[in-house]
Design a protein around this ligand. Structure first.
Ligand code: PLP
Length: 389
């Protein structure tokens, strides 16, 4: 089995090979067929690459081949965004009357699927404290079909015990989906411990350059076939050129992630003892309440940390204004450092009372890019020093 840096460069080689070293962009909405039988077969082939781009495209198939090898799954597929991946998956896997378990600390869009979309469709949901595996067990009902986990979680960097949740789910015939966006397959491979399906906002680390919106799903072919069927109806198709950019971005993922890990840890350590800082949330810190679990299931701790300031929302805002390198932005996972106050961003996805628990007002989410570590640390410390604390 080749290593990850080899996989990201070569796993797509066999798909529509041409003499071009860089793969061509198949900028086409449809493909032609030689005869009726070929056409009919193309119409029903899950994630096929030669029928109609909403059904599949060679640029999709190339990304999927790389992702499936990185996540060690039978199959993978791409979608137009991370939210397209999770919403399509959930719509494919549950029906009215079913029950879904999710986490209290989770990406705002995922929280809104659980709190708003699914209940409207007659699917009941329970959001649990992910730091306790027993909470998942307590939330199980005979109607539970799906458990959605996200670890480390956005924005509080809480850890879910992936093995414990997968074991519990299997014992009860429940499917598990893990959002692996923050960790990336370099730092964590959920399917190794029994998670069924992994998904990513490929907008973040997988693409890595803040220039594409995309999502991926990876898992057993039988489950991905069902999700693909529903994707034909949701129609959140990734454009061929965006798939091509995503493939180009993913080629260097194994080079970028170690630098993100180094920068995340260095920033977390530097800010952890600053007097303006009440608390740093970063699973790589020995002071993180779940550091041992994180160290057990992760190879690196990622580039995202969140910092709670002693002076609430205003002080967090001032910190962002003082930063020289990280810009104020909703995204993360690119080569450039970005920072955001999740409290203001989550407001676009959830109501005020849905936000309070998961997102403290004085919280800053800092996503370390690939800049030089010393520059990022000096910048963050100078910005914190400039605060009136
Ligand atoms: C950004 C993000 C998403 C949503 O992905 P989009 O590509 O923006 O749709 C989902 N989960 C996590 C953890 C994220 O950070």
């Amino acid at each position: 089995m080749p290593g990850k840096s080899t996989v990201t460069v070569h796993a797509d080689r066999g798909i529509h090979s041409s003499r071009a070293v860089a793969p061509p962009i198949y900028q086409t909405a449809a493909f032609s067929a030689e005869d009726a039988a070929t056409f009919a077969a193309g119409a029903v082939e899950p994630r096929g690459a030669d029928f109609y781009t909403r059904f599949g495209n060679p640029n999709h198939a190339q990304v999927a081949a790389v992702v499936a090898e990185l996540e060690r799954t039978e199959a993978a597929m791409v979608t137009a965004s991370g939210m397209a991946a999770i919403t399509t998956a959930v719509l494919a896997l549950v029906s009215a009357g079913d029950h879904v378990i999710g986490q209290k600390s989770t990406y705002g869009g995922t929280a809104s699927v659980l709190l708003n979309l699914l209940p409207r469709l007659g699917v009941s949901t329970t959001l649990v404290d992910q730091t306790s595996a027993e909470e998942f067990e307590k939330a199980l009902t005979p109607k539970t079909r799906l458990i959605l986990v996200e670890t480390p979680s956005n924005p509080l960097l809480q850890i879910t015990d992936l093995r414990a949740v997968a074991d519990l789910a299997h014992a009860h015939g429940v499917l598990t989906l893990a959002d692996n966006t923050f960790a990336t397959p370099l730092n964590q491979r959920p399917t190794d411990v029994g998670i069924d399906v992994v998904w990513h906002s490929a907008t973040k680390y997988l693409n890595g350059h803040s220039d594409v919106s995309a999502g991926v799903l990876a898992g057993p072919a039988e489950i991905l076939d069902r999700i693909w069927d529903t994707s034909l109806l949701t129609g959140a198709t990734l454009g061929p050129i965006d798939a091509w950019l995503l493939l180009r971005g993913i080629r260097t993922l194994p080079l970028r992630v170690p630098r993100h890990n180094d920068n995340g840890l260095a920033l977390a350590e530097a800010l952890n003892s600053h007097p303006a800082v009440a608390r740093v949330h970063y699973p790589g810190l020995a002071t993180h309440p779940q550091h041992e679990l994180a160290a057990d299931q992760m190879k690196g701790f990622g580039g995202v940390l969140s910092v709670e300031f002693t002076g609430g929302y205003e002080m967090a805002d001032a910190f962002l204004s003082h930063l020289r390198y990280p810009r104020r932005s909703a995204s993360l996972g690119g080569v450039e450092s970005l920072a955001v106050q999740p409290a203001s961003m989550w407001a676009g996805m959830l109501s005020d009372d849905q936000i309070t628990d998961a997102v403290p007002a004085g919280l800053v989410r800092l996503a370390a890019g690939t800049e030089d570590t010393a520059d990022l640390v000096a910048d963050a410390l100078a910005a914190a020093d400039a605060l009136h604390h």
